[in-house]
Design a binder for this molecule. Sequence first.
Ligand SMILES: NC(=O)c1ccc[n+]([C@@H]2O[C@H](COP(=O)([O-])OP(=O)(O)OC[C@H]3O[C@@H](n4cnc5c(N)ncnc54)[C@H](O)[C@@H]3O)[C@@H](O)[C@H]2O)c1
Length: 362
Amino acid sequence: MDIVEVNLGRRSYPVYIGGRLKDIGKIASTFSIGKKVLIISSDRIFSLYGDMVRDALSASGFDVYLARIPEGERYKSLTWASRLYARCLEVKLDRSSTILALGGGVIGDLAGFVASTFLRGINFVVVPTTLLAQVDASVGGKVAVNLPQGKNLVGSFYQPNFVYIDLAVLASLRPREIRSGLAEVVKYGMIEDKELFSFLEKNSARIKRLDEETLHFIVSRSVKIKAKVVEEDEREEKGRRQILNFGHTIGHAIEATAGYRSYRHGEAVAIGMVAAARLSLRMKSFPLSSFVRLKSLLERLNLPVALRKGIDTDELYNTLYLDKKVRGGRLHFVLPKDIGSVFLTKDVPSPLIRKVLKELAE
Ligand SMILES: NC(=O)c1ccc[n+]([C@@H]2O[C@H](COP(=O)([O-])OP(=O)(O)OC[C@H]3O[C@@H](n4cnc5c(N)ncnc54)[C@H](O)[C@@H]3O)[C@@H](O)[C@H]2O)c1
């Protein structure tokens, strides 16, 4: 098992990578996280892994309770947060108690939001069960719920006590969800780690058959990059954390324009990365050979590199300007300089953005 430390002073915590769920109790008992643990999960995930986590915690002396939420992004809501507060009161959690999120990013964000606000904040443990949550959502402390007006509009920064990653849980994940997580791994390669990028190029077959050693390498490399960036700019105030948004400016607009249904987050990010790379290529800031490598890696991982039919690119363009990344009417982009290196810019000409969006739809 690897341990990646996220160093944030008093809010520091370890990410355990490659542990087994049956051993989580022993690890949990080394933390001061009280005696009561409320597991927040969904029926599907709890039926697969819940007993293992519950039994492991009980065997280590914890009193374990369960709260189930339905599956889907729309339950990451204030309505479900209040139902969870009611459950916390019902089982009499106190300020020394713990909420444990067992699930993907939706459960992690919602459970973290409840942990950060119930009694002004109680202990929080994350056991991410999707690749996307393992490499991205579970690390960094962003917790949130959605409002009808938009995603993640109410939330906070709230770091967990620890994150526990068992790679074996990825075996039951739908292939599309694996691909969605892989897009974020490609992102880490592009922004910071050309060796990781080359590794992905050479090992796509092993990745696709979920070889555990290969997954261990890519998850641990990704978590290390995310941890480093978060350490340098925990609350996204210094510009550094913005590099994690590579592919997300246009990616978010694609998700929003398509109504958050037809694209998984990682699929939209994959197209967003190709779009950012095209912009940079046209601005003569990114070599053609690297553009070709990015596009072929995404294709080899079965990720989309162009828009599916049915998206109106004018609508997509207008949605872009509603983004959080617009300041003073100008869009802030993270563009690639080469594999493993990006730069921030607000100087992308609007006609070029329109042109690239049209190219993505061809
Ligand atoms: N906090 C952050 O920094 C951050 C970063 C990225 C994304 N997010 C959030 O994460 C969410 C997306 O997360 P996600 O992609 O993990 O989606 P998700 O949580 O919706 O999970 C995807 C699907 O996989 C199922 N599933 C999960 N684990 C499984 C397993 N091991 N076996 C079988 N099925 C399993 C779930 O039930 C669900 O149907 C979004 O709400 C997004 O806003 C947060």
